[in-house]
Every structure is written in structure tokens, then in C-alpha cells.
Design a protein around this ligand. Structure first.
Ligand SMILES: Cc1cc2nc3c(=O)[nH]c(=O)nc-3n(C[C@H](O)[C@H](O)[C@H](O)COP(=O)(O)OP(=O)(O)OC[C@H]3O[C@@H](n4cnc5c(N)ncnc54)[C@H](O)[C@@H]3O)c2cc1C
Length: 261
């Protein structure tokens, strides 16, 4: 598998036309302007493109980067939009350095200012529930960009609780402003994606009165386990927005989502 073939080597692109689930998205020729470690396991990547001047997106949405080409087909990976600056035409992403082999990991390790990469966005259909009195976010490190961007966008009077499993203390970030409480779970030497600690925390977190909405994101089986915990606690399915971001021990499919059997 070739991992960083030039865009010209693409002969078979299922997303050559932005239609169906990609209707309303924009194809961008992004240029890396900055790539630096924000915390030991999280890389902050800032990119620019002319298309970002009029780019509209909602908190929680993402951009799909073409991080490699294999046998003429693009390999894409999805990363949440952390911030944009329309005047400067910038978008900021935060990408976990998970340390396993993977085209996304290789791309972020090697990306230097001046490098170009194709992006398609905004993607994603999970948004803040407008009528909720409180919001509960549970997930792993890859979910931090989505959860913090969404929590920061909550209107005054809406409360957010965030449970995040991260490698350790040095990967904690300043919580978003507002009525946001963050509980960090340090996984230390435990492998990423094991559901145990997050599921236990999800089983104990207070569910306040009023209408709540939960958002789950991270490793696919962990997300399933978290769904079950919340169902057992009486949260109806329509009050839980869940998204599998990656699969333990298994590369995502070339469209950027966990591969299905
Ligand atoms: C809608 C959406 C939004 C996302 N937003 C973000 C984001 O903002 N930031 C972010 O970092 N990720 C985000 N992700 C997750 C990211 O796209 C995946 O982690 C992806 O698998 C990374 O690709 P890769 O090529 O590095 O690894 P892959 O080729 O997919 O996998 C290779 C190996 O790495 C392991 N692996 C992959 N991801 C992780 C991980 N996070 N932790 C530990 N092991 C891992 C796999 O289990 C596999 O063994 C998002 C995913 C989706 C679907």
C-alpha cells in the first residue's frame, strides 16, 4: 500500500462527486501552516485554503482529509473542526498521536508547513440538542475536539458534563468556558479503547432532572458499551447521540469510519 502518493495518482475516487451524503460539502486544497504538539499525545494542525473564506460549519462537524492513496483509491480520515478563522482562511484540527501504524498517524507525523492535502467538509450530523436542559459527553481522547467545541457553543443556562479518557495528566486541556464540568480519566498503561473505566464512570455520573442529551464518541465497542450503560440507566435512545470513531486493532475503512465486517 502506498501511503502518500500525489493526488494525481487517484484513478478511482468514490467521492469524485460531492453528492448523496456529501451534498453541501466543499472540496478544499488545504495547505498546512502549522503542526505542533498541543499536549504529548495531541497534535494541533492548522491548515489554510481559499475555500475557507465562506466556509460554514456547526460545532461537532469534521473534515475528511485524503491522507494517502492506495491502489489509485484515496484513503481518507475524519478529524473534527476545532476552530476556523474565515478572515485568515484557517481551520484548526486536533489529532491524537495514537502511536499505531495508520495512514492518518503517518500523515500527522510527517505534515510540515507548505504541505498540501485535500479536505472535504463539513461532514457529520451530530449536533447539540437545542431543547436539552443538560448535556453529557462521554468518550476517549479522539472525542475531545468534538466535545470541547460543542460544549463551548452551548447557550447560557445549559449545563455540560464531560467524561474523557486520556493518556494522562499532561494531556488535560483547559475546559471550555461556561457551565462545563470535565472529569478526566487517566488510562496510564492501559491500552486505548478498553471500555471498562469509561463505562464505570458513565454508570455513576449524576443524570440531573430535566431533559438531557448524551453524546458518545470514540472506540467502536466502547461506544456500544456506553450506550448500554445509559440505556440501563433509563436514557431513551433518542436522547443518546453516538458515533464510532475508530476500531481497536483495526484500521478504519478508506472513507474514514470504522470498518464493518
Ligand atoms: C466523525 C469523526 C470525527 C473524528 N474526529 C477526530 C478528531 O478530531 N481527532 C482525532 O484524533 N481523531 C478523530 N477521529 C478518529 C480518527 O479518524 C481515527 O482515530 C482514525 O482511525 C485515525 O486513522 P489512522 O490512519 O491514524 O489509524 P487507522 O488506520 O484507522 O488504524 C490503525 C491502527 O491504529 C489504531 N487507532 C486508530 N485510532 C486510534 C486512536 N484514536 N487511539 C488509539 N488507537 C487508534 C487502530 O485501532 C488500528 O490498530 C474522528 C473520527 C470520526 C469518524
Amino acid at each position: 500500500m502506498a501511503d502518500s502518493a500525489p493526488a494525481g495518482a487517484v484513478t478511482d475516487d468514490p467521492f469524485a462527486r460531492l453528492e448523496g451524503p456529501l451534498a453541501g460539502t466543499t472540496r478544499m486544497r488545504l495547505t498546512v501552516t502549522q503542526n505542533r504538539p498541543l499536549t504529548p499525545a495531541l497534535q494541533q494542525v492548522v491548515l489554510t485554503a481559499p475555500e475557507l473564506a465562506g466556509f460554514r460549519w456547526r460545532p461537532g462537524q469534521d473534515i475528511m482529509l485524503m491522507v494517502a492513496v492506495a491502489d489509485g483509491r484515496p484513503v481518507r480520515r475524519r478529524y473534527t473542526i476545532r476552530a476556523t478563522d474565515p478572515e485568515q482562511r484557517l481551520v484548526t484540527l486536533e489529532i491524537v498521536r495514537h502511536g499505531n501504524e495508520g495512514p492518518g498517524e503517518r500523515w500527522v507525523t510527517g505534515a510540515r508547513p507548505g504541505d498540501t492535502v485535500e479536505g472535504i467538509g463539513p461532514r457529520g450530523k451530530i449536533f447539540l440538542a437545542p431543547g436539552a436542559d443538560w448535556h453529557l459527553f462521554i468518550g476517549d481522547h479522539a472525542a475531545l475536539p468534538a466535545f470541547f467545541t460543542m460544549a463551548a457553543a452551548l447557550p447560557a443556562g445549559q449545563r455540560a458534563t464531560v467524561l474523557l479518557e486520556i493518556p494522562g495528566l499532561a494531556d488535560e486541556q483547559q475546559p471550555p468556558a461556561g457551565d462545563v464540568s470535565v472529569s478526566w480519566l487517566h488510562r496510564g498503561s492501559r491500552p486505548a479503547g478498553e471500555p471498562g473505566a469509561l463505562a464505570e464512570a458513565a454508570g455513576q455520573v449524576p443524570l440531573p432532572p430535566g431533559l438531557g442529551q448524551a453524546y458518545l464518541a470514540g472506540e467502536a465497542k466502547a461506544v456500544l458499551a456506553l450506550r448500554e450503560v445509559l440505556a440501563d440507566r433509563g436514557m431513551p435512545g433518542d436522547q443518546v447521540s453516538a458515533k464510532a470513531y475508530w476500531g481497536r486493532g483495526r484500521a478504519n475503512a478508506s472513507h474514514g469510519e470504522p470498518a464493518r465486517d
